[in-house]
Structures are given as C-alpha cells and as structure tokens.
Write a protein that binds this ligand. Sequence first.
Ligand code: FES
Ligand SMILES: [Fe+2]
Length: 284
Amino acid sequence: MTTTIIADTAKITSRISMPHQRNALERNPNKLALTEIVNFERTIKANNERVWENVLDWEHLAWLHDTSFDYNELDAAGDWGWRVWSDRDHQNHIELCINLQQSTYVARSYLAGEQISEIWTTIAASNGNTSITVSINAPDVDKKKLPKLSAIYLKLYTKLWDEDEQMMIRRQTKLDDRSHGPEHINLGAFDALDDKQIVKLGRHEWQIRKRNEGIDVYAATCPHLLGPLDEGKSENNQVVCPWHGYRFDISSGECVFPVHAKCHLPQPPIVTINDGLVSLSLIS
Ligand code: FES
Ligand SMILES: [Fe+2]
C-alpha cells in the first residue's frame, strides 16, 4: 500500500511539476534565430554545494537581486528545476532546468509565452571554489547592437553573480562557525549605548537596537538560510530579511511571511536595565 501511495504521489508530482518548455535540456529547442550575446567565465569563491543551492533557490531573485528583478512568484518546482512568474499578471515567466549529469543548467525567460533569452551555465569544482562558464543568448539580435548589448549583459550578470557570491560566502562562513559566546554580558550605561550593535551570546549573534524607551534584541542571522537579518529593514515591530524577504515579528519571533515558512527566530536573551546599566542573559 505504501509503495502504491509513493508511486502515485511521484506520478502526480511529475505531472504537475515539469518544465513547460519541451525538450528543455536541448540547446535552442524552439529553433529560434539565437545569437550569443556574451560568453564569460569566472571563479566563484564558494564550493559546488553552495552554487547548486543558489541555482535552485528561486526565492532570492526579487530580494537579493532587487535592483534587477521586480517580482517572482513560484509556479512550479521539482528535481528538474523551477519556474517562476516574473509579473503579477502571470503573463511572463522564467524557467530554469538543470542537468546534473552534465553539471549544467539553462534559464529561459518568456514574455507572454514568447522566449526572449536562453542562458546556459556550466559549473565545475575548482580547488574548493567553483568555476562557471556562462553563455547568454537571445533571438533576433540586431548585429549592429551586439557590442552594446554584450557590454550591458556582461555588466548585469557580473553584478548578479557578485551578489550571489557574497551570499554564498556569508552562508558558508555562518555554517562553519562553531564558536560560542558567553551566557551573560554587560553592555554598560543605556545612555552610552550605540543605536545599533551586535553581540554574540551563546551560539547566536544578537542585534541590539536602542529605542527611546528601551531596547529590541533579536537574532542578527536569519533562521531561514542564515542571511543578514541585521541588514534588514525593520518597522512596525517586524524585520525583513534582505535575502528572500522573510518577515519576522520581533516580539514573538514568528515568521509572518511567506505563509509556507516554517522558521522562527530563536528566543532572545533577557534584557535587564538596573540603575541605567544594561545586561543581557541567556535564558537557561
Ligand atoms: S536567509 Fe532567507 S529570508 Fe533570510
Ligand atoms: Fe542569484
């Protein structure tokens, strides 16, 4: 019985979650007049695992790359890759398909169903880092405009990979960090506190934000994928992580967006203010 259920589920999953593009892992499956606009190689200072994780992470597009992408909403995802809507009206989409055997993936963008780009990226491990080769192609390119387009796309994709690389480096650093801070810390006089500082207590780094009437203390690292919550915008007692836009209630630690999120901020230390002196203690 269990085997049947698993087999049925697998069938259903593969039916509802597949590439829309037919023959997606072939080059130019729609037989367009594609031109290679630019081809570049670079080394990413992160291992293969971080890079594949980043490739499959559709959620960061409109947050980490907020100057390049306006909107992303998941349509489907599976072991083949993912597809996201790139506008609220669901007219335009991006589909990314991976070929693990060949260590390559392709991302295609579509406007109202018409393919407008095809970007192939090949990934190879390189002494703890990862080398990538990127080939950016588009249909019906005016050859006179090629040098200008080439410069624009090279600049854009260098920026995107710079942002991804910073994310991967930070995430790896946080994953590798086994250090432990004290259980208790004195921060000194309330009046002399910086408006914002970070301290390590126990296993976590805590962000301390001074308000007129008191202090907010909450995790400096996001419980989702270890993003820099201390760099997130905070308002109305909520803080938003800049990597994937997860929003947390500072008082309860609850993740209030997106609805599917399962993560929660760790319980913060107890703040004590005695005779104007501030201290933090972990709850044992
Ligand atoms: S790391 Fe993903 S939302 Fe913070
Ligand atoms: Fe990215």
